[in-house]
Design a protein around this ligand. Structure first.
Ligand code: CO
Length: 141
């Protein structure tokens, strides 16, 4: 079902400092910050040859990562994002198998403008998993 690792998301207390570390210390290609008020986060994408890193910091009062940062003040790995070709069929087969989709169980538009859902970390070895629908024809060769 799952395809490529789309990104690893890291929650950070200081987005500018984290972006500068990836750019200046690690020599990575770092994009400009991108506010996603509907998701309660500001993100910076870091391009890697084979995947991406998503640096996340809270935006607004009801940010879903505020609690995570309160528990992990210096930041930490927040979720992994796997690509799926058909998110509706992925949700169907996962929920039939007893896995829990967070929220209302319906896909929302994620940071890349594509449908995403999150799966309950207790069902996946303590790891928060994001599934992002990337149609096969949109995947890089
Ligand atoms: Co993500």
């Amino acid at each position: 079902m799952i395809g490529r690792l789309n990104h690893v998301a890291i929650a950070v207390p200081d987005l500018a400092a984290a972006a500068a570390r990836y750019r200046d210390l690690l020599g990575a290609e770092v994009h400009a910050p991108h506010a996603l008020p509907e998701h309660g986060v500001t993100v910076v994408f870091v391009e890697l040859a084979n995947s991406k890193i998503e640096l996340l910091t809270p935006l607004g009062e009801a940010s879903p990562i505020a609690r995570y940062l309160a528990a992990n003040p210096s930041g930490g790995i927040h979720h992994l994002c796997y690509e799926v070709p058909d998110i509706a069929s992925a949700i169907r087969s996962l929920t039939e198998a007893g896995a829990r989709v967070l929220g209302d169980g319906k896909p929302r538009i994620g940071a890349h403008g594509l449908p995403v859902v999150f799966l309950h970390p207790k069902d996946f070895d303590g790891t928060l998993i994001e599934l992002e629908e990337v149609k096969p024809e949109l995947q890089p060769a």
